[in-house]
Write a protein that binds this ligand. Structure first.
Ligand SMILES: *Cc1c(COP(=O)(O)O)cnc(C)c1O
Length: 233
C-alpha cells in the first residue's frame, strides 16, 4: 500500500469543472486581445491513474484523453471504446516503431511524430489499416538531448516530408518545454513554426502552465494531475 495523497473520484468532476472555467476565461481574453476565435480542446491525461478516477471523468462528460504508453493505454481504453463511441484518444508519449501497429489501431491522434523512420512506419500502417489518423509533429523546442521531438531548425523540412512524401495528415504541432526554463519563448517558437507551415492545432500547456499556453495561442492543452491528482508509480 502506498500512502500518497489521493484524489477522491468525486473531486475529479470538480477539477474538470474548474479547469474548463479557467480555459473559457483565458480563451475569451485571448479572443478579445487578438480577435481570433480559438476553441480549446482539453486533453485529460489519464496515464497511471486508477480506474475510479477515469470513470469519474467519463461520467463528468470528458471524452478526450491522453496517454503516453501504447500498452497501458490499450488495457485502459480498448474495452471502453464499445461503451463510449465518441472517445478521442491522443498518444502523447514517445512511440517506438514496433508499437506503431497497436498505436494506429487504438489512437485517434498521434501527437509525437518526430523522425522520418516513425513517420514512414505510421504512413505504411495507416494505409494497411485504412485509418488516416490526425498527426502532430513534436518539436523539441528546448533542443534537449534526452527529449523526443524534431529540432526547431529541421521542423519545416520534416513537415514537408511528412505531408508530401509520407502523406500523413499533419494537423498540429506539440511541444514539452524544458522544466527549468521560462515557458513563453517555447510556446512562441511553436506558434511561429505552426504559422509558417499553416498548421492550425497547437498542443502546448500542462497542469502548471496551460493558461499561459492559451495566452500564447494553444488550442489543445494536456492536463493530468490538476484533474486526477497525483499519479501512481
Ligand atoms: C504526463 C504528461 C502531461 C500531463 O502532465 P500534468 O503536469 O500532470 O498535467 C502532459 N503532456 C505530456 C506529454 C505528458 O507526458
Amino acid at each position: 500500500m502506498s500512502h500518497k495523497i489521493s484524489t477522491a473520484p468525486c473531486t475529479v468532476a470538480d477539477n474538470i469543472g474548474t479547469i474548463r472555467d479557467k480555459i473559457s476565461a483565458t480563451t475569451m481574453a485571448y479572443q478579445r486581445q487578438t480577435g481570433t476565435v480559438r476553441p480549446v480542446t482539453l486533453v485529460a491525461v489519464s496515464k497511471r491513474q486508477p480506474d475510479d478516477r477515469i470513470e469519474a471523468a467519463l461520467t463528468a462528460g470528458q471524452r478526450v484523453f491522453g496517454e503516453n504508453r501504447v500498452q497501458e493505454a490499450n488495457s485502459r481504453w480498448a474495452h471502453r471504446r464499445e461503451f463510449y463511441k465518441n472517445l478521442k484518444l491522443h498518444l502523447i508519449g514517445p512511440l517506438q516503431t514496433n508499437k506503431v501497429s497497436d498505436a494506429v489501431t487504438l489512437f485517434d491522434v498521434i501527437e509525437v511524430v518526430d523522425r522520418p523512420k516513425l513517420a514512414k512506419a505510421l504512413g505504411v500502417e495507416m494505409t494497411r489499416q485504412n485509418r488516416q489518423l490526425e498527426c502532430y509533429i513534436q518539436v523539441n523546442t528546448g533542443e534537449e538531448q534526452q527529449k523526443s521531438g524534431i529540432a526547431p531548425d529541421d521542423a519545416d523540412d520534416f513537415i514537408v516530408y511528412c505531408r508530401d512524401e509520407v502523406k500523413l495528415k499533419i494537423t498540429g504541432l506539440m511541444c514539452i518545454p524544458p522544466v527549468d526554463e521560462e515557458v513563453s519563448m517555447h510556446f512562441a517558437l511553436l506558434k511561429t513554426i505552426a504559422k509558417r507551415n499553416s498548421i492550425l492545432t497547437l498542443s502546448m500547456g500542462m497542469s502548471g502552465d496551460f493558461e499561459e499556453a492559451i495566452a500564447f495561442g494553444a488550442n489543445s492543452v494536456r492536463i493530468g494531475s490538476a484533474i486526477f491528482g497525483q499519479r501512481e508509480g
